[in-house]
Design a protein around this ligand. Structure first.
Ligand code: CMC
Length: 434
């Protein structure tokens, strides 16, 4: 099924040479102009810094319409998935293309449950970090490190190796994340509990102690389920493209995902949720940093300050995830009995920005990170764990994209070109003559 209103012809002229280009139809959204023969035929390369106009792949995982504020996974609306599914159900959908039947979901859940433990040797790995280590550094290092226990599953062409690696990553990620946190507070590492759900077990590893289990509030568990689903995939963003890039050299799934985590860590990507709460706290705590001043500073070209959690490469109308979270934030905070002044500041900041010509004319709206941090905070997570939570959520998306990349030989091995601007050829000068 394709959109028949899409153009079917394209051409490019470089100097006196013209080349007809194939147009690859999309089922919905922008079709692709195939420029793969441009260099060979015209001896020129296409220039698209940041790849904002370039489809590096065809994909059937996630559809985004930034103008309309639409996000769908495998054709299902994010609003439906967030309301009706568990995170493991959405993970299955992303990885295997269909929502699972009851039996498939039970088998999938059992598989994940059977691999939640980390090897005991990993405890020493966690011990080696300083207490002050950022949990994202521990998360990506530990994800790479656990690959050393699964060398038998490195073959990217083996369907079984893929399944075994994917299950282990999804099963162990909450354990790694919780241990990264326990390290920072000098508390004993907690083991996963297979009598609990995926989310409950994670919360128990985070907030429980060997002497006393955490009392997992169902409201908190439900909220975390929704938050993880809202982060589960987002097309070809910076971290997902990194996972594909690294995986395209046949690097194993663990190594590829660890690379994606490092890409996610930056404050312009997944690190924004931490940056938002830090910004809101600054506005709250510093009498000189009023909301008006924050808006003015964000608009000042000479000031590096930006409104964190505002703007998006793709969404130029609204981010549907932010809309769900804004509604959700009030509900979650009142149910867990928290009155967080940062939520009020966030709402006022959003209202002020949405009335400001600078933000309106640039289509800058709150993104997923604007409200997620406030909810993570209300659920009891420390600020430095926010991006880790984003990573747990994004994991199935990374894995689904890694798999899709391997199923399409055309996307291997990634090798963008460049326009060379350096010196042509220089004579070597001995060091004494430079
Ligand atoms: N505060 C102030 N000005 C902004 C902001 C902001 N948050 N975002 C964009 N602008 C301005 C920017 O200065 C530019 O102005 P001008 O046209 O005068 O030069 C204009 O808006 C367009 O900005 P851009 O950087 O070209 O936009 P982009 O689409 O390339 O950048 C972005 C997207 C997310 C990097 C950027 O909006 C940003 O830095 N936002 C803050 C960080 C943030 O919230 N990141 C989380 C992204 S969503 C989670 C995820 O999936 O990673």
């Amino acid at each position: 099924m394709t959109d028949t209103s899409q153009p079917t012809t394209a051409s490019i002229t470089v100097g006196d040479s013209e080349l007809d280009l194939e147009v690859l139809p999309a089922t919905i959204g922008s079709p692709g102009v195939d420029v793969s023969k441009v260099r060979a035929s015209l001896n020129a390369v296409t220039y698209d810094p940041g790849f904002a106009n370039t489809a590096g792949t065809r994909s059937a995982v996630t559809y985004i319409d930034g103008g309309a504020g639409t996000l769908r996974h495998r054709g299902y609306a994010i609003e439906d998935l967030a309301e009706k599914c568990t995170f493991l159900e959405v993970s299955y959908l992303l990885l295997f293309g269909e929502l699972p039947t009851r039996e498939e979901l039970d088998n999938w859940t059992t598989s994940v449950r059977s691999h939640t433990l980390l090897s005991e040797e990993m405890k020493r790995f966690f011990d080696a970090f300083p207490r002050s280590a950022h949990p994202m550094a521990i998360l990506s290092s530990a994800t790479n490190a656990i690959s050393t226990f699964y060398e038998a599953y490195y073959d990217p062409k083996s369907a079984d190796a893929f399944y075994q690696s994917a299950v282990r990553l999804i099963a162990k990620m909450p354990t790694i994340a919780a241990w990264a946190y326990k390290k920072s507070v000098s508390q004993p590492y907690m083991y996963p509990r297979n009598d609990l759900t995926y989310i409950e077990s994670f919360l128990n590893m985070m907030f429980g102690l060997p002497v006393e289990d955490a009392k997992v509030d169902p409201v908190v568990a439900r909220a975390l389920n929704v938050l993880l689903i809202l982060h589960a995939d987002h097309g070809q963003n910076c971290s997902t493209a990194t996972v594909r890039f690294v995986g395209s050299s046949d690097a194993n799934l663990f190594a590829s995902v660890a690379a994606g985590m490092n890409a996610l860590w930056g404050p312009l990507h997944g690190g924004a949720n931490q940056a938002v709460v830090e910004m809101l706290s600054e506005i709250h705590d510093d009498p000189d940093m009023t909301m008006e001043k924050a808006i003015e500073r964000a608009k000042d070209r000479d000031d590096p300050f930006r409104l964190m959690g505002f703007g998006h490469r793709v969404y130029k109308n609204f981010d549907p995830r932010a809309q769900i979270l804004k509604r959700f934030a009030d509900d979650v905070l009142s149910r867990v009995g928290i009155d967080d002044p940062l939520l009020e500041i966030a709402k006022q900041l959003e209202a002020a920005a949405l009335e400001d010509e600078y933000f309106v004319s640039r289509n800058l709206y709150p993104n997923v990170d604007f409200y997620s941090g406030i909810i993570f905070r209300a659920l009891g997570f420390p600020t430095r764990m926010f991006t880790v939570l984003f990573a747990i959520g994004r994991l199935p998306g990374w894995i689904a994209n890694w798999k899709e990349m391997h199923d399409d030989p055309a996307t291997r091995i990634a090798r963008p070109r460049q326009i060379y601007e350096g010196p042509i050829l220089r004579d070597y000068l001995p060091i004494t003559e430079r």
